[in-house]
Design a protein around this ligand. Structure first.
Ligand code: UDX
Length: 442
């Protein structure tokens, strides 16, 4: 089989399919990326992926190429895992990479094949791609399309691919796609993973609605954080208490700076844009609110920090701990942490950022911020320390190591990840989004 696109999704999928025992060829137009992967080097941080990449290359099950001709010859199943980024200045998704794969690969398909789309696309895309393939593939209707969305999380990508919660297959009635896909995922299915067969449109909707639900859950708890701030309550106690209701559940109720990354923000926007095109925009107007609550948390963080240092950031040193959009990732796409760091710099602060894994990516996206080699470096003469990504080393930070390092002992928790008492007992002023220190039980 082949996997087109060797970014986050494609590289993980290719390595995991090889791990399941398939012969896999990863394909990308980016020759530099292909060279790195051939050498067993993963171009991003993902725990566990380098090991399975190397193991499968060495076992001869996994190779990489830039040649579409080679790929068409090699595969009977072709996965598409290229990106669908948000269009510049618009909400909608840009399908240029998906379309390019279909337009280039399609005319090379001379024998029966299954094309399995994994990218997150606007509803209606699979139907259009299926029609296009039957027009341009020499094998005609013997080239079938299945929509097989991917639900992996960064940081858990290997586990999510090898042991998915469910496998969704959007198919055209009467085809062979279901049988072929069941065979591809036989190992996962043997452990009881649900295999859900449906039409194209529903399969596409499953992916975007799952992300819309997750985004809504986060913005819901962040709206409650705003209420806690208004009345002096504590959102973590609230989340624990409502989370005990199994219908609600505690997962994805971590309040703080909200969601970022390459998926949730762009996917809910593209979903709204598509609903508008379909004349169903009213169905998703709530997502506009989900998006604005999410963005509001970032400005609120700047307000809380500004207040804590006396009302102005001019001339203040700010230490920012965290740059990745979440822990266990070096991804800084739409990172709330970097967004806050940038806003504080614009308001006159000297900002120093430290992140265990995302320094290289951050300095490319935000070259004007200062980057530090360690927590202590970032906190040197700081007037305030902000924890904006909940890496374990920040969560478990011992206040003593910052004694004599910072200028003022003020810390603000943007991820409700610190134990307030640890800091208060060590003589620090503690601030957090959604938590009022005065009401905290001991
Ligand atoms: C998400 C979906 O979870 C995944 O199923 C989909 O395939 C891709 O998008 P990912 O972007 O890797 O995955 O990260 P996720 O773990 O979902 O976190 C997204 C953002 O929400 C992060 O910025 C995270 O910090 C934030 N978040 C998550 C919260 O603010 N609170 C929470 O309780 C959970």
């Amino acid at each position: 089989m082949t996997v087109f696109g060797t970014g986050y999704l494609g590289a993980t999928h290719a390595a995991c399919m090889a791990e399941l025992g398939h012969e896999v060829l990863g394909v990308d137009v980016d020759a530099a990326k292909i060279e790195r992967l051939k050498a067993g080097d993963v171009p991003f941080y993902e725990p566990g992926l380098p090991e399975i990449l190397k193991r499968n290359i060495e076992a001869g099950r996994l190779s990489f190429t830039t040649s579409y001709e080679e790929a068409a010859e090699f595969g009977d199943v072709h996965f598409i895992g290229v990106g669908t980024p948000q269009r510049r200045g618009e909400y909608s998704a840009d399908l240029k990479y998906v379309n390019a794969v279909i337009e280039t690969l399609g005319p090379l398909l001379k024998r029966p094949a299954l094309i399995a789309g994994k990218s997150t696309v606007p509803v209606g895309t699979a139907q259009a791609l299926s029609k296009r393939l039957s027009e341009i593939a020499p094998a005609g209707d013997d080239v079938e399309l299945v929509w097989n969305p991917e639900f992996l999380r960064e940081g858990y990508a290997v586990k999510d691919t090898l042991e998915p919660d469910r496998i969704v297959a959007g198919v055209k009635p009467g085809g062979k796609a279901e049988t072929i896909l069941r065979d591809v995922y036989a190992k996962a299915l043997s452990t009881g993973t649900p295999f859900l067969v449906m039409d194209y449109a529903t399969a596409e909707l499953v992916k975007v609605s799952a992300n819309a639900f997750l985004a809504t859950k986060i913005s819901f708890i962040n709206a409650m954080a705003e209420m806690c701030e208004a009345v002096g309550g504590d959102v973590t106690l609230l989340a624990d208490a409502i989370g005990h209701d199994a219908r609600i559940g505690r997962r994805f109720l971590n309040a703080g700076l909200g969601f970022g990354g390459g998926c949730l923000p762009k996917d809910i926007r593209a979903f709204m844009a598509r609903a508008g095109e379909l004349g169903a925009d009213q169905a998703l107007t709530f997502l506009r609110e989900v998006d604005s609550i999410n963005m509001r948390r970032r400005s609120r963080m700047v307000e809380v920090a500004t207040e804590a240092v006396g009302g102005t950031l001019i001339g203040k040193n700010v230490a920012v701990l965290g740059a990745a959009f979440k822990p266990d990732s070096d991804d800084v796409r739409d990172s709330p942490a970097l967004n806050v760091a940038g806003m504080m710099q614009l308001k006159g602060a000297a900002v120093s950022v430290y992140d265990p894994k995302a320094m290289e990516n951050s300095s490319k996206v935000f070259p004007t911020l200062n980057y530090s080699e360690s927590i202590e470096d970032a906190c040197e003469k700081a007037d305030i320390v902000l924890v904006l990504t909940e890496w374990p080393e920040f969560r478990n930070l011992d206040p003593q190591i910052l004694d004599g390092v910072v200028r003022q002992k003020i810390i603000a928790d943007g991820r409700t990840c610190l134990n307030p008492h640890t800091w208060i007992d060590a003589g620090w002023t503690f601030r957090a989004l959604g938590r009022s220190v005065s009401v905290l039980p001991q």
